[in-house]
Write a protein that binds this ligand. Structure first.
Ligand SMILES: [Zn+2]
Ligand SMILES: [Zn+2]
Length: 188
């Protein structure tokens, strides 16, 4: 399984908004588990912002367009209300981590797709760019769960989701080839 170095910048933006809101909502639970649950809830309802490293230079709330900021604030407010209604903080919270299951799907399939397509570069930089491109087109599936549960069984995967991931990864390889930043493509 390829280990990708991609990052959804929406995670940072959502955390920042929720931290600001929490400071004002003193009546809601302030524990880490509830915080991560709210982050996951919000991220599953917002378009992801994966970007290959060089495009990713410090995207802050101030630099984001206003409509997008308002959408983030609205979804975070909803998360605060919802998670307040269904607290899960009693569950054993140690060893839990926030992760995007879609990242696992992409990471699991990316090498197989590369082999299938043939004549594509599989250097770390290209694979990260392909993954970032693919993840921006796919629905995020954030969960707060134990690390061990992140492993993806391809044979158990929903057919539609599997096809969506394949299509997104293919189009990622096409986009990276077109960009031609890597010497693998520049030489052709
Ligand atoms: Zn809590
Ligand atoms: Zn490359």
């Amino acid at each position: 399984m390829a280990s990708l170095r991609v990052h959804n910048q929406m995670v940072d933006l959502v955390r920042e908004v929720l931290e600001r809101q929490l400071a004002e909502w003193e009546s809601v639970c302030q524990c880490q588990k509830c915080f991560d649950d709210r982050v996951a809830y919000a991220l599953n309802r917002l378009d992801p912002l994966y970007a290959a490293s060089e495009d990713a230079a410090a995207l802050t709330l101030e630099r984001l367009d206003k409509d997008r900021v308002y959408t983030i604030i609205a979804v975070c407010t909803e998360a605060l209300e919802r998670i307040q209604d269904q607290p899960r903080h009693d569950a054993a919270a140690s060893g839990l981590a926030l992760y995007n299951y879609t990242e696992n799907l992409v990471s699991t399939m990316i090498n197989a797709v590369a082999q299938e397509m043939g004549n594509v570069c599989t250097c770390d930089t290209c694979l990260d760019q392909v993954a970032a491109h693919a993840l921006d087109q796919l629905p995020p599936k954030y969960a707060v769960s134990h690390k061990g549960q992140q492993y993806v069984r391809l044979d158990e995967l929903d057919h539609k989701l599997r096809n969506a991931v394949l299509t997104a990864v293919c189009s990622g390889f096409v986009a990276v080839r077109k960009r031609g930043d890597c010497s693998f493509y520049a030489a052709k």
